[in-house]
Ligand binder design. Structure first.
Ligand code: ACM
Ligand code: ZN
Length: 502
């Protein structure tokens, strides 16, 4: 606590004066009071956690328990900084608001702030499979997430172009499938998508050891962030099949395993053994409630021809390959649930029948999310058209996967619309921005894609809808462009509105 404040008082500024108007995400309520002040030394802080006064202050707003835990009251006056919260979490968010003002200027408008989050999942996904990023890079983004009061870091650790997490039982995943012939994803595809032995002088890539993972989780936890690992199944498994060919389907005459394919064989019991062994080590590493099991974009053509898959479908009475995928997901869900955890899957897990306790991450628009909600499931919205941070922010910006998606478009997303019945709103856990990294192979490029669009997602995740206002947000984003410069983050440089359509 004291250390946080010490950092706060030694940083410099980008504007003459700051105040609650500069905070992203916009607080629920603030009022400015007389005078300005600088942030006090720790001795001048008055902190009340769990006070009755605070509980009576927030009574009457109909807050749920999880919101109460995150709520805070902050009063900054010439006398000092007074903070009230029900829980340490709320205190932490109060400090982030103080940081936000202090990063803008040491001279701060005196004020009172009462604040809490709108959604419980305020997430960011980073794909480290296509381009590996060192622990220090991950920590930098966790720092920014914390400032933005974001609380879920979805770690996309495994995928077709690289396996990035130590699994002791299957050493080739990181001894081979984490090391490519080329750094650049596109060059690697053109070069034949080959992996190399870790000790090969030409090997490019990396992975996180169990010690690295523990370090990231602890760093995130200090910032009220839960790290949710994603272990993809049954698609996007080119890399694990490259290391362990027994994981793929058989050719139609049942003589050999298919090579260079992306899908696991859901007919093969050895695949379940592999997934359970991997997840067992993942459970040991990650204390998170959720485990993301992927489930997206599995090509099912080989399953229709594989004799092992066909035998499984017959034995289990499965009518089509969608039901075969659903069989795998349901079976893995049971395994995850038996270990006290809950699965999240991309919205394809709806096809063939949704696993009973699954949370759905709606990415192909919002329809999948709406369907899951109607069926009584929790949903996180991360629709491509607003929340895919690998899409262009400006017409002339680098190589990118997707079309133009400026800040305004990201800001415009509203997760709760007429498709969600009022009694089902509680199934909307929140929102998440996703940074896939096919064309993002430098740290500075990743940050350019993240910022300032992540600010917009943070505001939708935290701020009440009546506090959302694009022109106010854009002014704050411009201010925060300067703070990001000061803090050494790269970012997309917001130009005049006419220029970049933002
Ligand atoms: C995804 O973008 N394939 C989830
Ligand atoms: Zn098969």
């Amino acid at each position: 606590m004291i250390t946080l404040v010490a950092v706060l008082v030694t940083t410099t500024c980008v504007m003459a004066q700051s105040g609650p108007k500069d905070i992203i995400p916009a607080p629920f309520h603030y009022e400015v009071t007389k005078g300005t002040t600088s942030l006090p030394e720790a001795a001048d802080m008055d902190i009340r956690i769990g006070s009755k006064k605070f509980l009576s202050r927030i009574k009457g707003y109909g807050l749920e328990d999880w919101q109460v835990k995150s709520a805070y009251y902050l009063e900054l006056s010439p006398k000092g900084l007074h903070i009230e919260a029900a829980d340490y979490e709320g205190f932490f968010y109060a400090i982030q608001s103080a940081y936000m003002m202090r990063f803008v200027s040491p001279e701060i408008q005196c004020c009172r702030i009462l604040d809490w989050p709108r959604f419980r999942h305020r997430g960011m996904m980073l794909d480290v499979s296509r381009n590996f990023q060192p622990v220090e890079f991950v920590k930098r983004q966790l720092d920014m997430m914390a400032l933005l009061k974001m609380n879920k870091f979805h770690f996309h650790l495994v995928d077709h172009p690289g396996w990035r997490i130590q699994i002791d039982k299957y050493p080739l995943l990181t001894g081979f499938s984490a090391w490519r012939t080329k750094d650049d994803w596109e060059d690697w595809i053109k070069d034949g998508q080959r992996f190399l032995d870790r000790n090969d002088p030409a090997a490019r890539g990396g992975f996180y050891t169990k010690k690295d993972i523990a370090e990231i989780i602890a760093y995130a936890a200090d910032r009220q962030i839960e790290v949710i690992p994603e272990i993809e199944m049954p698609g996007h498994n080119y890399e694990s099949i490259a290391a362990y060919p027994f994981l793929s389907c058989m050719d139609p005459d049942g003589k050999d395993h298919l090579k260079g394919v992306h899908e696991l064989c859901p007919g093969n019991e050895q695949v379940y053994e592999f997934l359970e062994n991997v997840l067992t080590e993942v459970f040991e590493m990650f204390p998170s409630k959720y485990i993301h099991i992927g489930g997206d974009e599995a090509g099912k053509g080989n399953w229709a021809k594989c004799p092992v898959c066909q035998a499984k479908m017959k034995a289990e009475g499965l009518g089509n390959v969608e039901e075969l995928q659903s069989y795998l997901v349901k079976r893995m869900e049971k395994f995850v649930n038996d270990h006290g955890k809950t699965i999240i899957g991309w919205d394809e897990i709806l096809e063939g029948g949704l696993a009973p306790n699954a949370t759905v991450m709606s990415w192909r628009g919002t329809e999948g999310g709406h369907k899951a909600i109607e069926d009584g499931h929790d949903v996180i919205f991360s629709p491509t058209q607003c929340y895919y941070l690998d899409y262009h922010q400006a017409a002339d910006q680098y190589r990118a996967v997707g079309p133009y998606q400026p800040l305004k478009q990201t800001y415009s997303f509203e997760p709760i619309d007429e498709n969600i019945a009022p009694e089902n709103v509680h199934h909307v856990l929140g929102v998440q921005g996703n940074l896939w990294t096919e064309f993002v192979n430098q740290w500075w490029h990743a940050e350019t894609m993240l910022y300032p669009r992540l600010f917009a997602i943070a505001e939708t995740g935290w701020s009440q809808p009546q506090r959302k206002d694009y022109s106010s947000f854009r002014n704050r984003a411009v201010t925060w462009n300067k703070v990001l410069d000061y803090l050494g983050y790269n970012h997309y440089k917001l130009g005049p509105v006419e220029k970049d359509g933002n």
